[in-house]
Design a protein around this ligand. Structure first.
Ligand code: NAD
Ligand code: WQD
Length: 357
């Protein structure tokens, strides 16, 4: 692929999913320009990308809500033809405390981005949506597992920012010929790079199950709190569709290629495995990777949680030619390799043995 045709701007490209997608883009032969304000990430992720694939994206420390900064980057890089937009605030709990900030960054940032893209003739966008837009799909008959045709109805401000952004993008694509958009609804990203030198490095207190289990395993947390054992699942705990982050990253390349080749307009795709696992099954799988039982205690349900978020991934399988291939066991092993070798995340170098491998 020639660099002239294949330059992609990745917002939030030093973050968890963004860094893995940047790596896959570089491996696939794209030129990549990353912008990130480093609010929840570290520039060190770019060094790790370079160690793994021998290439490095161009990086700008910039904020997606800064219209002028965005315009300058597009003007300085007239070869950009597509954007993958990850930059966002993503903590469900925090979004209930400071909702306006979530709307400002997530919705406002996307609007700045779309305006800059429009002003500079860039018409392909891949957007990080979330399975959280579906809310509680058990409200509808026959919608578990969840197809893209399930009516959306998020249950928290974070989810509502994603729903609004989907609507803004859809309206823009409808009204502007030549535009194409992939709304990628991720289920639960999991795992790390098999090398052990790239993974999730949240800057604050983690909210998600697997990073929390990782902290229990390395002794940074005494035990895991299991949020509810009174769900209508076989063991009483809630069901999620955990997808290896490397598979998820590859889904973006498939979606980008679809936009560039087939120009489908605006379309939503679920990125999941189609297989659900309960919290207890996840504790079991991660304990196996660690090699010992991990302590937990049962506490009441977390507000806003739903019974089951499992994808029907058929649309992405058929239309994007993409399928999640890695197992849950692999995700757990890779996560353990990452957290056990990098207890401080990107704030310390991993063992030389991993860097040399
Ligand atoms: P992350 O926090 O690791 O990555 C987001 C990145 O965006 C970070 O590097 C952060 O510094 C950057 N950022 C935040 N605000 C910014 C701003 N105003 N300007 C520029 N950069 C900014 O999160 P992630 O898990 O990699 O998530 C990436 C995207 O995927 C987000 O849009 C998130 O909502 C979405 N998503 C995540 C999950 C998940 O469970 N991780 C699930 C579904 C959807
Ligand atoms: C998974 C399961 C919890 C922590 C969230 C967002 C979603 C997406 C992914 C961004 C649930 C249980 C968790 C703990 C527990 N992010 N759990 N003890 O809630 O499915 O999805 O992250 O878009 O939008 O809503 O993920 O990892 O927080 O929880 O028992 O300490 O683990 O109840 O059943 P969730 P999660």
């Amino acid at each position: 692929m020639s660099a002239k045709e294949g330059t992609v701007l990745v917002t939030g490209g030093t973050g968890y999913i963004g860094s893995f997608t940047t790596l896959e883009l570089l491996v696939a032969g794209y030129e990549v320009i990353v912008i990130d304000n480093l609010y929840n990430s570290s520039e060190e992720s770019l060094n790790r990308i370079e160690r793994i694939c021998g290439k490095r994206p161009i990086f700008y420390k910039a904020d997606v809500t800064d219209q002028e900064a965005l315009d300058k980057i597009f003007k300085d890089h007239p070869d950009i033809d597509s954007v993958i937009h990850f930059a966002a605030l993503k903590s469900v709990g925090e979004s209930t405390e400071i909702p306006v900030e979530y709307y400002r960054v997530n919705v406002g940032g996307t609007i700045s981005l779309l305006r800059s893209m429009e002003a500079n003739g860039v018409k392909n966008i891949v957007f990080s949506s979330s399975a959280t837009v579906y809310g509680d799909a058990t409200r509808y008959p026959n919608m578990i597992p969840i197809p893209e045709t399930c009516p959306i109805g998020p249950t928290n401000p974070y989810g509502r920012t994603k729903m609004m952004i989907e609507m803004v993008i859809e309206d823009h694509v409808e009204s502007h010929p030549g535009w194409n958009a992939a709304l990628l609804r991720y289920f639960n990203p999991a795992g790390a790079h098999p090398s052990g030198i790239m993974g999730e490095d949240p800057q604050g207190v983690p909210y998600n199950l697997l990073p929390l289990l990782g902290q229990v395993a390395v002794g940074r947390r005494e035990k895991l709190k299991v949020f509810g054992t009174d769900y209508a699942s076989h063991d009483g705990t809630a069901i999620r569709d955990y997808i290896h982050v490397v598979d998820l990253a590859k889904g973006h390349i498939a979606a980008l290629n679809k936009l560039r080749k087939d120009k489908p307009g605006c379309r939503a795709w679920n990125l999941g495995t189609g297989k659900g696992s309960t919290v207890f099954e996840m504790i079991g799988a991660f304990s196996k990777a660690v090699g010992r039982d991990l302590p937990y205690e049962v506490v009441p349900r977390r507000k806003g949680d739903v019974l089951d978020l499992t994808a029907v991934p058929t649309r992405a399988n058929e239309e994007l030619g993409w399928k999640a291939e890695m197992t849950l066991e692999q995700a757990c092993e890779d996560l353990w390799k990452w957290v056990s070798n990098n207890p401080q995340g990107y704030r310390q170098m991993p063992p030389q043995m991993l860097l040399d491998a």
